[in-house]
Design a protein around this ligand. Structure first.
Ligand SMILES: Cc1ncc(COP(=O)(O)O)c(C=O)c1O
Length: 370
């Protein structure tokens, strides 16, 4: 921001935010809802219209029988994770998290006094979480395993077998699978298999999703949870005392948006796939950079170890600083996600125009060659 104000032409691969606006009809629905008087408080777990619309949407998409009272709307997916961890975890409980992963999970788990254990994702395995690695970490203290697929920051997905095996293990060992599927519509190769499609989801799954990414509605703060009713009643106490309710008119608009379907999203998915291919190929063209092609989400996590060595920079943090200062390119250091897997790595968001991807990567390439 500061550099931009000074007139520097900054290319930002930093922020995890879609670069499109919500569809115009959804914006119109929000205006109509305000005009119709949806400006007051609503129920803490969300407006019935939206809970029903989410249940119908999921049921149609995945062939399920989710009931509206098994859905809770939250003030963003972040709040869904926060209140879920607050309700489910006691100090001393163990939580298993992927490394790398979205930093929210570790931060909240630590905040509630849980102990975190990290399951390392490996580039050699396309950063897919390995069942055996999770199983090895499970102990009598394990209360929760967090998964996020497609994954921020690596874009890996999980197939049906992997999802089913993990949920089965959770059922057997009595832990909760917190499954953050917020990028479920940003899938470039295969189709998304949800934890809600497994037999035991009602017993063990805490499903998280939201409107921020698919609908380009990050500022509307709308997320949701699907889980068992007993747990949702606990969430209601936290949500009520924390933020009263999610934004009322936004929920009315979101309920209608889901009923309209996702036809409009198809060209966006194609566009993001082209960006994924472009950034992957351009990164590969930089000498010394190794990178795994993401299958979903809009992030890529290249390994700059050889570049860091060749250029004599200290680590990924210094590399990110130098790229900003010397080339006006914003990237995040891999260790923000949040542990060792990100050493010598950078995270790029490719929710960026193709011409900016070209420009930004050219600048990095030039810096490496200097
Ligand atoms: C994996 C993941 N979960 C949740 C969120 C936050 O979503 P929301 O805007 O709904 O709070 C993000 C945002 O970057 C994310 O990457």
């Amino acid at each position: 921001m500061e550099l931009r104000r000074k007139g520097v032409d900054v290319v930002s691969f930093g922020i995890g935010q879609p670069d499109f606006q919500p569809p115009p009809n959804v914006i119109a629905y929000a205006k109509e809802a305000m005009d119709a008087g949806y400006n007051g408080y609503g129920p803490s777990l969300g407006m019935p219209e939206l809970r029903e619309s989410i249940a119908d949407f999921l049921n149609e998409r995945y062939g399920l029988d989710v009931q509206p009272d098994e859905v809770a709307v939250t003030a963003g997916a972040k709040a869904a994770v926060f209140i879920g961890m607050l309700a489910l975890l006691e100090p001393g409980d163990e939580v298993i998290l992927p490394d790398p992963s979205y930093p929210l999970y570790e931060s909240v788990a630590n905040f509630v006094g849980a102990r975190t254990r990290f399951v390392r994702l490996h580039s050699g395995n396309n950063y897919k979480i390995r069942f055996e690695d999770v199983e090895k970490l499970v102990s009598s203290k394990t209360r929760m395993v967090v998964i996020n697929y497609p994954e921020n920051p690596v874009g890996s997905t999980m197939d049906r077998k992997a999802v089913e095996a993990l949920v089965e293990l959770a059922y057997e060992k009595r832990f909760v699978v917190l499954s953050d599927e917020i990028y479920n519509h940003f899938v470039y190769e295969s189709s998304h298999y949800s934890t809600l499609q497994t037999d035991h989801w009602r017993e063990v799954v805490y499903y998280v999703n939201g409107f921020s990414k698919t609908f380009g509605m990050t500022g509307w703060r709308l997320g949701y949870v699907v889980s068992n009713r007993e747990l949702l009643s606990k969430l209601s106490v936290i949500a009520n005392n924390m933020y009263s309710c999610p934004v009322t008119f936004a929920q009315i608009a979101a309920a209608k948006a889901l009923r309209d379907g996702l036809e409009w999203f198809k060209p966006i998915l194609d566009q993001y796939r082209r960006r994924r291919d472009l950034i992957y190929n351009r990164l590969l063209s930089i000498r010394g950079v190794k990178v795994v092609k993401p299958e979903g989400a809009f992030y890529i996590f290249p390994d700059f170890s050889d570049v860091i060595r060749a250029k004599g920079v200290k680590n990924e943090r210094e590399l990110a600083d130098k790229l900003l200062e010397e080339k006006g390119v914003v990237v995040l250091p891999g260790t923000a996600f949040p542990k060792e897997a990100g050493v010598n790595h950078l995270r790029f968001s490719f929710a960026v125009r193709e011409e900016d991807i070209e420009k930004g990567i050219e600048r990095i390439k030039a810096w490496v060659a200097e």
